[in-house]
Design a protein around this ligand. Structure first.
Ligand SMILES: Nc1ncnc2c1ncn2[C@@H]1O[C@H](COP(=O)(O)OP(=O)(O)O)[C@@H](O)[C@H]1O
Ligand SMILES: [Mg+2]
Ligand SMILES: [Zn+2]
Length: 512
């Protein structure tokens, strides 16, 4: 009996496990058996592999083939094992050099005509291979750029199985040649499509709120009539956040690789900005789906900003489903045989109209909604999600005067202040394992040594007494006051910082 062995990768979430694909050729009746927890797509591999091998002039039809994918205990999904299975079979049948294919991870689907086809998740798979010490992969031509993002891995390709067999046979010293460089693997030029905070006229309060949100990692609600610039502001948050580390960027791209939304070139260190539509389903927002468990918008926004425009229009179940990821920084989907986790550390920005008609209710405003309509609208947003939002700010309509004023601070200027405010926070909290003020639990801020003098918190204490803020709201104000102090280079919040934070708690509020 002869044996061929090569490698593949089993993905679970964005984590992956190197898998040995073993093929035994027996002398018995023709067979094509795969063991090692294959899913439906993988169980259909024989048809594709047989046809692809025929196109490479090798018939497997009369052979008794037994495949073992080990470790057997890990569930294996999808069509990405096709190529590995074919290569293991060809090696076992003596059509490929056994030694040459053994240590290489093969990650591609096979067409019936033998073509190597794209599979989702090449980036996380190659990352996993590299971490397990496998430094050579073979992928479909369209996946070469993605595989190359991982340092220290040799990437080979072929258009067809036939081409790969020829390449293996002709390889000098058995080493498969590297895929040719393509122009698209060069990084995207920076600033090509960049928006800037300086594009926003007026809106001083909202801009200050955006800077606070960026500095302390606070979730933010922008509340104002249509056309006032809420979407503009939200899109610009990523331009004032610190750039991602390469590792963070790869993690974010690994998620996007699974849903096929990889940018066409290079690694972008600007945090992702993801804005799902309000008709999005729970699965689209937090992940899941009926077949494979795919990451949702909240995971695609990992290390970046999740923007819910017209937040009150999102379904209640959808908003509710966001609670767990916001709390834990990850989404966990349980399935019969396994649990899949996707990272989801996001900063949330909500935009909402002040009321259903959009005008807003109050002095000088022309709201046409009935009070019951206004209350029902506010109730939709309040509760689960607003609980976690530290900053609520009014974004009024822009006036002509706003449009004519001198341009405001650029994103680069603001980003610099954000970076230094974050450095102060890290110094203060790192012993306790926090990075940002938004991560600090309220009770900590109310206890020594962080408790502020009563003269500093007088206005806030009064608001609590009068029932204008809840205790949870009180803690939010404290957190934000610390961020305000950090932005202004003060070691401890002053009454001004507390007053500002209180204003962001009460003035912009859609609901208490
Ligand atoms: N403060 C502003 N400064 C500059 N342009 C603005 C401002 N507000 C709105 N605009 C213009 O109006 C358009 C709509 O703004 P948008 O951000 O979509 O508003 P909203 O999300 O509040 O409905 C923008 O693309 C921009 O051209
Ligand atoms: Mg908008
Ligand atoms: Zn109204």
């Amino acid at each position: 009996m002869s044996v061929g062995v090569t490698r593949g990768v089993a993905l679970r979430g964005i984590a992956g496990h190197l898998v040995d694909i073993e093929c035994h050729v027996g002398r018995g009746l023709p067979a094509f058996d795969i063991s090692g927890l294959p899913d439906t797509a993988l169980r259909q591999a024989p048809q594709r592999v047989r046809a692809a091998c025929l196109s490479a002039d090798v018939s497997l039809n009369s052979r008794q083939l037994t495949f073992n994918l080990s470790p057997a205990s890990i569930p294996k999904h999808g069509t990405g094992f096709d190529l590995g299975i074919a290569v293991a079979a060809l090696a076992a049948c003596g059509e490929l050099p056994v030694g040459a294919v053994r240590g290489i991870a093969h990650l591609a689907e096979l067409g019936l005509d033998g073509r190597l086809r794209h599979v989702a998740g090449v980036l996380p798979a190659v990352l996993a291979a590299q971490r397990s010490g496998c430094a050579h992969v073979v992928v479909a031509p369209e996946d070469v750029v993605e595989a190359r993002l991982v340092d220290g891995v040799r990437v080979s390709t072929a258009t067809s199985l036939h081409g790969l067999v020829k390449a293996y046979r002709g390889a000098p010293r058995g080493l498969l040649p590297e895929a040719p460089e393509t122009s698209s693997s060069t990084p995207a030029p920076a600033d090509e499509r960049r928006v800037d905070l300086a594009d926003v006229s007026g809106q001083h309060e909202a801009r200050a709120a955006l800077m606070l949100a960026a500095a302390g990692g606070h979730h933010l609600l922008l509340n104002g009539p249509p056309g006032s610039g809420k979407t503009m502001l939200a899109e610009r948050l990523v331009t004032i956040l610190p750039p991602l580390t390469r590792e963070q960027a790869l993690e974010t791209l690994a998620v996007r690789s699974l849903v096929g939304s990889m940018p066409s070139r290079g690694i972008d260190l600007v945090p992702p900005f993801v804005a799902p539509h309000h008709s999005a389903s729970v699965a689209a927002l937090v992940g899941g789906g009926s077949g494979a468990v795919l990451p949702g918008a909240v995971s695609q926004a990992h290390h970046g900003v999740l923007f819910l425009d017209e937040a009150a229009e999102f379904g209640g179940a959808v908003l509710q489903a966001l609670r767990q990821p916001l709390e834990s920084g990850q989404v966990v989907v349980a399935r019969a045989r396994e649990q899949v986790a996707y990272p989801a550390r996001v900063q949330l920005v909500l935009a909402a109209n002040p009321c259903p008609c959009g005008e807003g209710h109050g002095k000088g405003l022309l709201c046409r909604c009935r009070p019951t309509e206004r209350r029902a609208y506010a109730a939709r947003l309040s509760g689960p999600l607003l609980d976690r939002v530290d900053i609520q700010v009014q974004v009024p309509k822009v006036s002509l005067a706003d449009l004519h004023e001198a341009p405001s601070d650029s994103s680069a200027d603001v980003a610099e202040r954000v970076v230094s405010a974050r450095a102060s926070q890290r110094r203060r909290w790192e012993m306790q394992g926090w990075q940002l003020n938004s991560q600090v639990p309220g009770p900590v801020l109310r206890r020594t040594p962080w408790r502020l003098p009563s003269a500093t918190t007088a206005a806030l204490d009064r608001a609590l007494d009068l029932g204008q803020v809840t205790l949870r709201g009180y803690d939010r104000v404290l957190r934000l006051a610390w961020t305000s102090a950090d932005l202004n280079g003060r070691g401890t919040p002053s009454a001004t910082d507390v007053g500002l934070a209180l204003m962001y708690r009460t003035q912009g509020a859609v609901a208490a």
